[in-house]
Design a protein around this ligand. Structure first.
Ligand code: AMP
Length: 244
């Protein structure tokens, strides 16, 4: 069979139409931004939305953890900051995100998880997005203090596939092994209770004011009740994102 076989030509045309439609859909998704304190479920939701809408999930925390596990000198610097529950300097994180957003899979739509976290980062993102007219859709996942502590201290992570578990509310089928690939689960370096308290403080002082900043910039900010089951939250998010 040659390339000029009618079925093949038709399927190539169909694929091109499908890709155009997909790009239009992605364009409609724009920049989805998930806010919330540590343990709000940003990672779980961002991964789910990315999968359902076919756009990349970009987590600055995951990118930094990759550098930490690679053991580079940058990774060692990141680890020292993350272990204290503090934030990585804006210039560093802004550069990381700007480079990632230039990759072709981000054209049109993506989900940002854990970025922006300061007013400086929000201003930098605004500049990156206004260059190509991408719209922001911001979701603020609201969760109470006790729930944050329970979720973060119970969190376990598969270092291989990134699946997130919680020993209290979403335990793996076999203790401490990932359901998908049986890899032993890990505790994040910044999920110790003393570090979590620092992270909550960093959130209150530096990140919460970003919501106000975005509202001042007339960005759409949707509040989401983070105490709902994850499937309910994800339904709400997808409904808002796909509304005409
Ligand atoms: P996360 O996985 O988003 O909870 O991030 C884990 C840690 O990585 C944070 O506590 C910070 O130390 C660092 N981090 C992640 N994203 C950012 C960001 N946008 N700005 C500064 N530090 C960050």
């Amino acid at each position: 069979m040659t390339d000029s076989h009618p079925n093949r030509v038709e399927s190539a045309a169909g694929e091109a139409r499908f890709n155009r439609l997909l790009n239009t859909l992605k364009q409609a998704v724009g920049a989805v931004i998930l806010f919330g304190p540590p343990g709000a479920g940003k990672g779980t939701q961002a991964r789910g939305i990315g999968r359902r809408l076919g756009v990349p999930h970009i987590s600055t925390g995951d990118m930094l953890r990759l550098q930490v596990s690679a053991g580079t000198s940058t990774g060692r610097d990141a680890r020292a900051i993350m272990e204290q529950g503090a934030l990585i300097p804006d210039d560093w994180v802004n550069h990381m995100v700007e480079t990632r957003l230039r990759e072709p899979d981000c054209r049109g739509g993506f989900v940002l998880d854990g970025y922006p976290r300061t007013r400086g980062q929000a201003a930098a993102l605004d500049k990156m997005l206004s260059n190509n007219g991408t719209q922001m859709k911001v979701f603020n996942i609201v969760v109470g203090y006790n729930e944050i502590i329970r979720r973060t201290t119970g969190r376990r992570l598969c270092p291989r596939c990134g699946t997130i578990y919680n020993i209290y509310v979403k335990p793996p089928r076999e203790p401490n092994l990932c359901d998908r690939d049986q890899t032993p689960l890990e505790i994040r370096i910044d999920d110790r209770e003393d570090v979590i308290r620092e992270r909550i403080q960093a959130y209150e002082k530096q990140t919460r004011p970003v919501i106000e900043y975005l509202r001042e910039q007339k960005q759409a900010v949707y509040e989401v009740d983070g105490s709902l089951p994850p499937e309910k939250i994800s339904e709400q998010l997808v409904e808002i994102l796909t509304a005409p």
